[in-house]
Each structure stands twice: as structure tokens, then as C-alpha cells.
Write a protein that binds this ligand. Structure first.
Ligand SMILES: NC(=O)c1ccc[n+]([C@@H]2O[C@H](COP(=O)([O-])OP(=O)(O)OC[C@H]3O[C@@H](n4cnc5c(N)ncnc54)[C@H](O)[C@@H]3O)[C@@H](O)[C@H]2O)c1
Length: 263
């Protein structure tokens, strides 16, 4: 069982997809969550779903690229729940583009969400995570969403791979920096998971339409366990890394990819 009982987590980009599923698993295991996202309707709907199941959650509208939004999100969570034990830097964007077609604006957009967002979240949450860690039995935790595309290259994926590779090593450097404060920092590396983004990956590769079924089949074959991932596969990993069960893990990368990168 995951030991997140009574812990308070802020999960960015959690209105839908992997973040929403992580919020559900976190609350099912006795934690409380601050769900943040640009998508207000879906964010509120996810909160309602959690509350109906007996969990505790609030939604804060939040653009992870904006420092003032981070300050508001962290303050709102701390004011509401009384502290912060866990930060999950989950919000992210994806696109494929050949280098010659990529504009500097495209490149900066990827950096601003997938890297600035992770840096700003870490910096803003750090004082609260330090306070919680000083009182907690095991400490506090940060979980960063990287990808298998942060380990191996992806065709036309230079911007995405750059961002997720950045998250991977940013995680390790932060793990060293924050270890004296008993704040663990780990990354998780999903394979292709069936979410809006996962479907966008298939559409971007196939160009959409009839070709998407063939690309989906090829993607399934690329995962030796013979299927795409589902959000619960990743949510279980996120909550494990956030929990006291992962007490001696920091600076590590949890690959959850059905064997994709084992080949
Ligand atoms: N789905 C996959 O196959 C896969 C694989 C590897 C890694 N990941 C990573 O996992 C994370 C979650 O992916 P997902 O599949 O749930 O994607 P998703 O697109 O379904 O959800 C991402 C969420 O992030 C939010 N978001 C985007 N930009 C934001 C911003 N500026 N501020 C606040 N919120 C913002 C979106 O509104 C959305 O709700 C991402 O970091 C992604 O890169 C996903």
C-alpha cells in the first residue's frame, strides 16, 4: 500500500490525463490534492469526481509558465489544507516538428511549459516542502514527469526530447541539492499512454485519419508487453514515488513503458 495518508500534494496539469488519474489514486490512498490546470471546466469536474468518491481536492486555475500563478497556486493550497508535502510537476505539451520547420517561438513554447514550468514549480514550492520535510517522518517529495523521450530520441521530436531530457537531469541535480533538506526528487518516464496527449502523438505521426490505426498498431508493437499504457499505470508510479514507500529513492528515474526502452 502507498503511504500518502494525510499528505497534501499539488499536481500541475491535473484536470485530465495522467495528472487527474494521479490525483484520484493519491486521494484514494488518504492524501489531499490541489489540482491545477488551464482547463477550468475539466479541473472542476475532476475535483467533483474525487469528492464524490470521498476524497479531498480543490482546483486552482494555473498557467505553469507564469511565476505569479505558481505563487497563487501554492498559497491557495497551503491556506486551504495547511501545508504542502508533495509537488508533482505533471503539466506538459507535445508536438513533433522537423528542425527546418521549427520556429524559435515553437522551441520557446516547448521550453516555457515543459521546463520553465518545472523550474518555477520547484522554486515556488520549495519553502513549503522544506517546512513539511522538517516535521515529517520521512520528508517531502517532488515527482517530475519526464518521458521515454527523455531517455531516447524520437523522430522529429527534438524539442520534446530536449525538454524531457532536461527534466531528467534537472531532477537529479535537484535531488542532490535538496537531499540535506530531506526532500526527495525523482522523475517518471512513461511510454505511450492512452490520454489526449497519447492520441495526439499517434495523430502527429500518422497525420490523422485512416493511417492512425496502423500507427497505433505499430506503437503497441513497440511496447513489448503488447499494449499502450493506461493512466493508472503511471498514476501508481507517481503516487509510489510521492509516498514514504520510496523513502530511500532520490535522483532516480522510474521507467514505466511496457519494456519499450529495454530493447
Ligand atoms: N501520454 C503520454 O503518452 C505521455 C508519455 C510520456 C510523458 N508524458 C508526460 O506526462 C505529462 C501528462 O501528460 P498527459 O498524457 O496527461 O497529457 P494531457 O495533454 O492529457 O494533459 C496535460 C495537462 O497539462 C495541462 N497544461 C498544458 N499546458 C499547461 C500550462 N501552461 N499550465 C497549466 N497546465 C497546462 C493541459 O491543460 C492538460 O490538462 C506531460 O508532462 C507529458 O509530457 C505523457
Amino acid at each position: 500500500m502507498n503511504r500518502v495518508d494525510g499528505k497534501i500534494a499539488l499536481i500541475s496539469g491535473a484536470a485530465r490525463g495522467l495528472g487527474a488519474q494521479a490525483a484520484k489514486v493519491f486521494t484514494q490512498n488518504g492524501g489531499k490534492v490541489v489540482i491545477t490546470d488551464l482547463l477550468e471546466d475539466q479541473g472542476h469536474a475532476t475535483v467533483e469526481e474525487i469528492k464524490k468518491a470521498g476524497g479531498e481536492a480543490i482546483f486552482v486555475r494555473h498557467d505553469v509558465t507564469k511565476e505569479e500563478d505558481w505563487q497563487t497556486a501554492v498559497k491557495t493550497g497551503v491556506d486551504h489544507f495547511g501545508g504542502l508535502d508533495v509537488l508533482v510537476n505533471n503539466a506538459g505539451i507535445f508536438f513533433l516538428k522537423p528542425t527546418e520547420e521549427m520556429t524559435l517561438d515553437d522551441w520557446h513554447r516547448m521550453i516555457s511549459v515543459n521546463l520553465d514550468g518545472v523550474f518555477l514549480g520547484t522554486k515556488t514550492a520549495l519553502p513549503e516542502l522544506k517546512k513539511s520535510a522538517a516535521k515529517a517522518k520521512v520528508g517531502s517529495a517532488i515527482v517530475n514527469l519526464s518521458s521515454i523521450a527523455g531517455i531516447t530520441g524520437a523522430y522529429n521530436g527534438s524539442a520534446y526530447c530536449m525538454s524531457k531530457g532536461g527534466v531528467r537531469l534537472y531532477t537529479k541535480a535537484c535531488a542532490l541539492e535538496f537531499a540535506p533538506h530531506r526532500i526527495r526528487v525523482n522523475s517518471i518516464h512513461p511510454g505511450l499512454i492512452d490520454t489526449d496527449m497519447g492520441r495526439q502523438v499517434i495523430d502527429d505521426i500518422s497525420g490523422g485519419g485512416a493511417a492512425s490505426n496502423a500507427v497505433r498498431d505499430a506503437m503497441v508493437s513497440a511496447h513489448p508487453l503488447g499494449r499502450l499504457g493506461v493512466p493508472l499505470d503511471i498514476a501508481n508510479g507517481i503516487v509510489f514515488l510521492a509516498s514514504d514507500d520510496a523513502a530511500f529513492m532520490t535522483g532516480s528515474e522510474l521507467v514505466v513503458d511496457g519494456g519499450n526502452t529495454a530493447q
